[in-house]
Design a protein around this ligand. Structure first.
Ligand SMILES: NC(=O)c1ccc[n+]([C@@H]2O[C@H](COP(=O)([O-])OP(=O)(O)OC[C@H]3O[C@@H](n4cnc5c(N)ncnc54)[C@H](O)[C@@H]3O)[C@@H](O)[C@H]2O)c1
Length: 269
């Protein structure tokens, strides 16, 4: 991949595993120096070490609970101290409470929003303050989900949190455009991470039923989500802000109509 982000510094939250780790790899391959931030400090260390060992890239790990404002501010401060500045923030940290609404505890709802919405806000604000003070712009990408648009059973808090994240993406894009800070989101469909595999193994999701609903006929790979993130952070996306880009194999374009067999479609012209 071309080094479209050479000289940039990127901070990725929830980067120890899954889509966040894929973003860290893709941003590294695009030439950025990386802060691998995660609640799980040991796993973040391991991911950063793998990045450094496998690429010529520069990565450090930092432990952080994004639901805590002070920790978000300290994270951005430490990242800026280590690398001199931070140009890119990817808000990927999130938790899911996969339960029927009738069983959803207030604490479940609060944690989903604290990590996925408030955490993204607190990290974004700390990032924006540092970028404004440093006199440079930046790019923020929030990792949303297609559930913001099309929910499913057992996702009440999670889907609502992703809808809030999409809305926040637009609001922050408006407020921070004057500082040269672009704010966008990527909304993945089902992506082949350990978390998804665990949900399938536990019988909470049925792979064949989901895949049938996806026009491109498969789950996304984490790297495919990360490629969209790199694009939104790059100079190629310089006039894009306030957008939510679905990376979903056509899932949200699918209105749910029963498809006619291709042969019938051809005969009808
Ligand atoms: N996997 C999918 O199918 C899918 C689909 C759509 C959207 N997403 C979104 O993509 C993102 C990543 O998903 P994933 O499947 O890779 O998840 P994951 O659970 O594998 O990884 C999430 C990471 O976030 C970290 N984390 C959790 N709470 C945190 C906190 N308070 N502070 C800092 N880090 C914290 C975890 O330790 C973990 O490393 C999430 O925002 C998720 O909602 C995933």
């Amino acid at each position: 991949m071309a080094e479209t982000l050479a000289g940039k510094v990127a901070l990725v939250t929830g980067a120890a595993q899954g889509i966040g780790a894929a973003c860290a790899w893709a941003l590294t391959n695009a030439g950025a120096a990386i802060v691998v931030a995660d609640l799980n400090g040991a796993a973040a260390q391991a991911t950063a070490a793998q990045l450094v060992a496998a690429t010529a890239g520069c990565a450090v790990a930092m432990q952080c609970d994004v639901a805590d404002t002070a920790q978000c501010e300290a994270l951005v401060g430490e990242a800026a101290l280590h690398f001199g500045r931070v140009d890119i923030l990817v808000n990927c940290a999130a938790v899911v409470a996969m339960k029927p609404a009738l069983e959803l505890a207030v604490a479940d709802w609060e944690r989903v929003f604290a990590v996925g919405v408030y955490g993204a806000f607190a990290a974004s604000r700390a990032f924006a303050e540092a970028a404004i003070a440093g006199g440079h712009g930046g790019a923020i990408v929030n990792i949303s989900s297609i559930t913001a648009q099309q929910s499913a059973h057992g996702r009440t808090a999670y889907a609502a949190s992703k809808a809030a994240l999409d809305s926040m993406t637009r609001s922050l894009a408006l407020e921070w455009a004057e500082y040269g800070i672009r704010v966008n989101a990527v909304a993945p469909s089902h992506t082949a991470t350990d978390r998804l595999k665990q949900a399938i193994d536990a019988g909470k999701l049925e792979q064949a039923t989901i895949v049938q609903r996806i026009p491109l006929g498969r789950f996304a790979e984490p790297s495919e989500i990360a490629d969209a993130v790199v694009f939104l952070c790059s100079e190629q996306a310089r006039f894009i802000t306030g957008q939510v880009l679905a990376v979903d194999g056509g899932y949200t374009a699918n209105g749910g109509w029963i498809a006619l067999p291709a042969k019938v479609e051809r005969e009808r012209g």
